[in-house]
Design a protein around this ligand. Structure first.
Ligand code: NAP
Length: 198
């Protein structure tokens, strides 16, 4: 599909796909038995120019600390479960301190009605004339968190991109921050619950 599109390679940012000369970003999906060995292979591929950048997912501070202590190449990103009910504030600060991008998986809480019907979010959606999904995504981006919402609905896809024509005030940011329950919708991976955020 990438080749068929006819788009110049340099105009695309690809995390993983096959049949290309290089990948823009490759992640370790979650820490397993030989994390340092896995990261070493990624770093070698990065140094050989096969990967433009490398990162991790579902890694807590101890696991990130192991990597930064043992390698020259700091992960560019840690992709972790994050939504307004699980904001990961302590890990976020660690990531910011180490110039690692905090990327949110399930930024809409997997579409859970509990979020979409939350009275505070509905109130803010009405105030800013946007949807609750847009308020959630805008909140996260204002907190310097990268979001990767998934949708099969074209109208939702368009809405999820169009979040930069409004901004929550400091008071409204605080209202959403107060929704943090440190609650994991997935309960996975268990190593993330070992972090001090819990
Ligand atoms: N690294 C990891 O371990 C990990 C784990 C889980 C997920 N992920 C990644 O994270 C990404 C997203 O996570 P996710 O799919 O679990 O959850 P999500 O993006 O939080 O939620 C997706 C759900 O939200 C709905 N939705 C999306 N936009 C909407 C909108 N504007 N209004 C109303 N509903 C909307 C979707 O339904 P519609 O299709 O109807 O829009 C879908 O049911 C995926 O790319 C996934 O691969 C990574």
């Amino acid at each position: 599909m990438v080749k068929e599109s006819g788009l110049p390679r340099e105009e695309l940012f690809i995390t993983t796909k096959a049949g290309l000369d290089y990948f823009d970003l490759m992640l370790i999906h979650w820490p397993m038995q030989d994390d340092l060995g896995t990261y070493r292979v990624l770093e070698e591929a990065y140094q050989a120019g096969k990967l433009r950048s490398i990162g991790v997912s579902n890694s807590n501070r101890a696991q990130l600390g192991e990597i930064t202590a043992n390698f020259q190449t700091v992960p560019v990103v840690d992709q972790i479960e994050t939504c307004v009910l699980r904001q990961q504030t302590k890990l976020h600060q660690y990531l910011a301190d180490h110039q690692i991008v905090h990327e949110a998986w399930s930024p809409l809480g997997e579409g859970a009605g509990r979020l979409f019907n939350h009275p505070v979010l509905k109130d803010l959606a009405a105030k800013y004339d946007h949807t609750t999904a847009q308020v959630m995504l805008r909140y996260l981006t204002q907190r310097q968190i990268m979001v990767i919402p998934r949708s099969t609905n074209p109208a939702h896809m368009a809405a999820n991109i169009n979040i930069f024509d409004f901004a929550l005030t400091a008071a409204d940011l605080a209202r959403v921050q107060a929704l943090d329950e440190k609650f994991s919708l997935s309960g996975w991976p268990s190593s993330m619950t070992l972090d001090e955020d819990y």
